[in-house]
Design a protein around this ligand. Structure first.
Ligand SMILES: Cc1cc2nc3c(=O)[nH]c(=O)nc-3n(C[C@H](O)[C@H](O)[C@H](O)COP(=O)(O)OP(=O)(O)OC[C@H]3O[C@@H](n4cnc5c(N)ncnc54)[C@H](O)[C@@H]3O)c2cc1C
Length: 436
């Protein structure tokens, strides 16, 4: 409904769409936003869009993980473009894993299933959430349930000793299953060939929502540093942004609220900014750096395949920086990421065509995934406590004395990540640890 309304309003107001254009770079003139460079998938041409103001609304980055509910397009492009331009990424260690993704596919089975009485069981048929959250059991928050599933699997109680458990609705009235939770029936039948009225449904935690992103203020203006100075003309809203209304762990349904509120606020402020400022000048051929990068990928030595590197990246990110993290695992992961980056330099794009060269765009997106992963891992490594969507098995306690801070990850010229921290602004409510 949000999408439909937005689309109707755009049509009404004569908004021009550039479909299948990929934004690959942000243009700045003397620190002011001056436009973007975009690749037209249909023709293979690069276009320079001059602009007084730019708002990134490129969505999340769940594709850094092997199992995710996120669409293929959610490769963190907007975040990586800003990060490469020297802007920080905020709170990247906080990533929400939803407990009930369809096994191996990550497709989401909604919380409503447990809301209607669905339960989670392990290989012994035990309703294990009774042990982890005795009062609210299967209705515990996403991070708790995801960790409980992780623990069951780790202790050998996954189904057939594998990395999944069952979501069981067999005890529910079949009419309730058909009418109130059609996604479980549809998805289980279509994707798994499982009949949920008679068989339990294999599920595992799935990477769902990134709380981190491009730091913004409440007008969706991108802000930099601990002093939060805004970048003239640069905006971000939605999942690619971190205005931090979700803290370290978003509550279900609040993302759609976030996109509506901050999309509107950002749009309003952009209109004001555009009416008060001139169009910045641009250096000649501002698309050169992007063009060189694409040419390099097209001419690459062809010694590695982007698809192989991407699946290794996603697997290691899921295993070592997923639901549960440790210092050792994250340090190993940093070494793995460095190796994958080396291999990325050796890839080549086999399709040299100009029309709908999706192989080329996937290679570009792999570069974005690597950059975003670097920021996530560096932030997860330094935060030696557990909070919200970030759980460190070696530091399981929340530590407000040291860590009531937002992390900011910057990309250095040599590609390394530099971390900086800014205080959390406290309002009327004192943040408290959840207890169940
Ligand atoms: C299965 C699922 C169920 C969910 N359910 C809920 C829910 O019930 N309630 C809730 O509040 N939230 C829910 N969420 C989260 C919520 O849907 C997302 O956080 C929200 O849609 C993000 O909106 P967005 O506009 O920021 O990004 P998106 O809606 O993801 O849109 C980003 C767009 O940017 C485009 N894009 C990406 N890169 C580029 C580029 N380089 N150039 C040009 N375009 C680009 C993408 O193609 C995409 O069209 C759910 C998420 C998933 C995956």
């Amino acid at each position: 409904m949000i999408l439909q309304t937005l689309y109707q309003q755009c049509i009404k107001r004569g908004v021009r769409f550039f479909n299948e254009f990929y934004v690959l770079d942000l243009l700045l003139t003397d620190g002011r936003t001056a436009g973007v460079v975009a690749y037209d998938l249909a023709t293979g041409e690069l276009h320079v869009f001059r602009a007084k103001a730019v708002l990134f609304a490129t969505g999340g980055y769940g594709r850094i993980f092997k199992i995710t509910s996120n669409a293929h397009a959610l490769t963190g492009d907007g975040l990586a473009v800003c990060y490469r331009r020297g802007f920080p990424l905020e709170d990247m260690e906080f990533f929400q894993f939803h407990p009930t993704g369809i096994y191996k596919m990550g497709i989401l089975i909604s919380e409503a299933v447990r809301g209607e009485g669905g339960i989670l069981i392990n290989n012994g048929g035990e309703r294990f959430m009774e042990r982890y959250a005795p009062t609210i059991k299967d209705l515990a928050p996403r991070d708790m349930v995801s960790r409980a599933i992780y623990q069951e699997i780790k202790e050998g109680r996954g189904i057939d000793k594998k990395d999944y458990v069952y979501l069981d609705v067999r005890h529910l009235d079949p009419h309730v299953i058909e009418t109130k939770i059609p996604d479980v029936t549809e998805f289980a039948r279509v994707y798994l060939g499982v009949e949920p009225t008679r068989e339990p449904v294999p599920i595992q935690p799935t990477a769902h929502y990134g709380m981190g992103g491009i730091p913004t203020d409440t007008e969706a203006r991108v802000v930099v540093g601990t002093e939060e100075s805004s970048v003239p003309g640069l905006y971000a809203a939605g999942e690619c942004a971190c205005v931090s209304v979700h803290g370290a762990n978003r509550l279900g349904t609040n993302s759609l609220l976030d996109i509506v509120v901050f999309g509107r606020r950002g749009g309003r402020d952009m209109a004001r900014y555009a009416s008060e400022n001139e169009l910045p000048s641009l250096a000649p051929r501002p698309e050169t750096a992007t063009l060189d990068e694409l040419r390099e990928l097209l001419r690459g030595p062809n010694l590695e395949f982007a698809a192989d590197i991407r699946s290794e990246l996603q697997r290691h990110m899921f295993d070592l920086c997923g639901v549960v993290r440790t210092e050792k695992g994250l340090l190993d992961l940093q070494r793995i990421l460095a190796g994958l980056r080396e291999r990325y330099r050796l890839i080549g794009v086999h399709d040299r065509g100009k029309v709908f060269n999706t192989e080329l765009m996937e290679a570009v997106e792999l570069g974005f995934l690597l950059d975003v992963s670097d920021a996530v891992v560096a932030a997860a490594l330094t935060r030696d406590e557990s909070r919200g969507g970030h759980y460190r098995e070696d530091h399981p306690i929340r530590d407000d004395d040291r860590w009531l801070t937002h992390s900011l990850a910057y990309r250095e010229d040599d590609g390394m990540v530099r971390m900086e921290y800014k205080s959390v602004k406290l309002g009327r409510y004192v943040p408290m640890e959840r207890k169940y």
